[in-house]
Structure formats: structure tokens, C-alpha cells
Design a protein around this ligand. Structure first.
Ligand code: AP5
Length: 217
């Protein structure tokens, strides 16, 4: 049975950074719900138009939108051998829909990797985050800089700063996370699927802790 791995944690905990590395190690796709939504907003699709206002304010996009987006993406051929998802599920309703979907697609929930950091760390990290417009690679101007300055090391694409990485919006995202998403820690612990890792260490140290908790190192 193919496995699905979920990354859970507050904004800037390193979900995207670690999910990308695990995806390369396991050779299965990395699906980032935030990236799918930003892409829909950029393309001006109907779904993107509905999501835009919520995202700009740091609020969660309604469950029916994110659930249908996730269903469509996980059902594609490239996910048949398993996948890694960050940013979904984020509410108990999304978790229920996700578990039903896994069953219907014949996937097993491999593990939920919970990366935790403080709000102070989130604010300091997000002000320096830069993402690649072309391939989505994530950098930090101090902690993880691109060797090519404002171009991506992997593909040469242009790096940009996200609109929701302003201090006020980050604080809203963090409090929305505590209210809506933190209850999932208890939920996945009760299913015996949670692997908790501190996100306060360096990228490499977080990766080692994650791999050893998944017994992959
Ligand atoms: P999303 O894009 O998922 O944002 P997020 O959850 O707030 O998480 P981030 O992408 O900010 O952080 P991350 O944990 O991935 O960290 P990263 O690796 O980038 O969602 C955006 C919005 O979309 C939401 O606010 C909501 O509106 C909507 N949305 C998305 N999913 C939804 C859903 N399921 N339901 C409803 N709405 C949804 O790292 C951050 C920075 O820190 C980078 O610069 C990185 O280089 C650096 N860094 C990473 N790890 C370390 C480390 N260990 N040490 C030092 N620096 C580090």
C-alpha cells in the first residue's frame, strides 16, 4: 500500500523546506496546498478569486475549496506511489475528509510530522524568506541564502517575497493556526501517527531529527 506523509506546524516552521527534502529522498511528489492556492490566485481562476481575500488577511480558505483542491491533486497519476503534503489538513473537517480520501484511494497514512516553533521565530524567519517563481524552492536571506543572489540555485528562476509575509499578517496566521490547526496534534497523536520534531534548530538538524523519528536515517 502506498503511503502519504503529512507536514503539520505553524507558519515558518519549515514544513515546505523539510517536505521538499523528504520528497527527494523518497522520490514521491511534494504537494503544498499553499502553493496550489497561490497558483490559482496568480492564474485568476474562479477558485483563486474566492481564495485571494482570505489568504491576504492570513485567514484559512473555506474547507470546501481546499478539500476539493486536495482531492483533485492527490488523485493524479504522479501520486499513485505515495505523496508528501504540507499545509493540509489544517482543520478537523479537512482531517476527516483527508482520511476518507486516503481510504478511497487505497493509501496508508505513513506519518504526520509535526514541526513546532515559537511566534518570535516565525516572524524573524518570514521577513527573510524568498521563494522561486518558477520551481517553488524556498530560501532565507540569512539562514539559507541562494548562492545566485536574487536567482534560484536550482533553476535560475526569479526569487520573490510573499505578500502574506508581513508582521501583522504573520501574527494573524499564527493565531489562526493555534485555534484551527493545533487540535490536529491531539487528533493524530490519538491515531498513533504523530512524529514531533523541534523546528528551532538549523535546517540540517531538523532534517536529521525528522529522518530518525521516521526511522529513515
Ligand atoms: P502556506 O503557504 O501553507 O503557509 P504557512 O502554513 O503559513 O507556512 P509557510 O509556507 O509560511 O511556512 P513553512 O512551514 O512551509 O516554512 P518554510 O519551509 O517556507 O499557506 C498560506 C495561506 O494559504 C494560509 O494562510 C491560508 O490562507 C491558505 N491555506 C493553505 N492551506 C490551507 C488549508 N489547508 N486550508 C485553508 N487555507 C489554507 O520556511 C520559512 C522560512 O524559514 C524560509 O525562508 C526557510 O528558508 C526558513 N527556514 C526553514 N527552516 C529553517 C530552519 N530550521 N532554520 C532557519 N530557517 C529556516
Amino acid at each position: 500500500m502506498s503511503g502519504a506523509y503529512v507536514f503539520l506546524g505553524p507558519p515558518a516552521s519549515g514544513k515546505g523546506t523539510q517536505a521538499k527534502q523528504l520528497s527527494e529522498k523518497l522520490n514521491i511528489p511534494h504537494v503544498a496546498l499553499g502553493d496550489l492556492l497561490r497558483d490559482a490566485v496568480r492564474r485568476g481562476t474562479e477558485l483563486g478569486k474566492q481564495a485571494k481575500g482570505f489568504m491576504e488577511k492570513g485567514k484559512l480558505v473555506p474547507d470546501d475549496i481546499t478539500i476539493s483542491l486536495a482531492k483533485e491533486r492527490f488523485s493524479r497519476d504522479d501520486c499513485k506511489g505515495g505523496f508528501i503534503v504540507d499545509g493540509f489538513p489544517r482543520t478537523l473537517k479537512q482531517a476527516e475528509a483527508f482520511e476518507e480520501l486516503l481510504k478511497s484511494l487505497g493509501f496508508e497514512l505513513g506519518a504526520v510530522i509535526y514541526i513546532n516553533i515559537s511566534m518570535e521565530t516565525a516572524v524573524s524567519r518570514l521577513s527573510g524568506r524568498r521563494s522561486c517563481k518558477r520551481c517553488g524552492a524556498v530560501y532565507h536571506v540569512t539562514f539559507n541564502p541562494s548562492k545566485k543572489g536574487d536567482r534560484c540555485d536550482r533553476c535560475g528562476g526569479e526569487l520573490y517575497q510573499r505578500h502574506d509575509d508581513e508582521e501583522d499578517v504573520i501574527k494573524t496566521r499564527f493565531s489562526v493556526y493555534e485555534k484551527e490547526t493545533l487540535p490536529l496534534v491531539k487528533h493524530f497523536t490519538s491515531l498513533g501517527k504523530l512524529a514531533e520534531v523541534s523546528g528551532e534548530e538549523s535546517v540540517d538538524k531538523v532534517q536529521s531529527a525528522m529522518l530518525s523519528s521516521l526511522k529513515l536515517s
